[in-house]
Write a protein of this length. Structure first.
Length: 183
């Protein structure tokens, strides 16, 4: 049986509590029902906010999972936002190095960025759930010990800085693969 994270356990507990609270079958007067429904709406809003917050936290933790990155055959050397010509949109540029003893045929990257208010920026995925994150890949061969860079179109209007960029999957020319622990 797969193990549950503490965030998953929190969501299950909240859902279970909501279910138990909704099973109350005691007969009540009309004023008691009206009073309960006011409280229920307030509780419902609070619970909804907690569930949304916990869900956002779980998604962010899952997307930000870099477990196993210390063994990566690719090291990100530099990241920067690149302003597009003739527009206010920005793209991302990543410089990376093959630190393994093998030649690489493909690399998948993830990145996370913030806007001027230190809030998650639009970094290419475009979803409210995973705002701040983006991803891209290259299938240009990278020989052992060599450095290369790539630019990915993220069309961000609000990105101010790249907080982190990392490889999460690498395919070597011999067909073998490396992945972060979370993939």
């Amino acid at each position: 049986m797969p193990s549950l994270s503490k965030h998953s356990i929190k969501i299950i507990f909240i859902c279970y509590s909501c279910f138990i609270a909704s099973c109350d079958t005691k007969p009540r007067t009309l004023s008691a029902i009206a009073s309960d429904s006011i409280i229920s709406r307030q509780d419902s809003l609070r619970i909804r906010e907690e569930v949304d917050s916990t869900t956002q936290s779980i998604i962010k933790d899952a997307l930000f999972d870099t477990a196993g990155l210390s063994t990566s055959p690719v090291k990100v050397v530099n990241t920067r936002l690149v302003k597009r010509e003739y527009s206010n949109y920005k793209d991302i540029s990543i410089t990376y190095k093959n630190v393994s003893g093998k030649d690489i045929s493909a690399i998948r990257f993830k990145w996370y960025g913030l806007n001027a208010f230190d809030e998650p920026a639009d970094m290419g995925i475009g979803s409210v759930i995973d705002k701040g994150f983006g991803s891209g890949f290259t299938d240009d061969e990278l020989r052992s010990g060599k450095t290369s860079s790539g630019e990915w179109e993220i069309l961000s209007q609000d990105a101010k800085k790249v907080v982190l960029a990392w490889p999460y999957e690498v395919v070597f020319t011999d067909g073998s693969k490396w992945k972060t622990s979370s993939n």
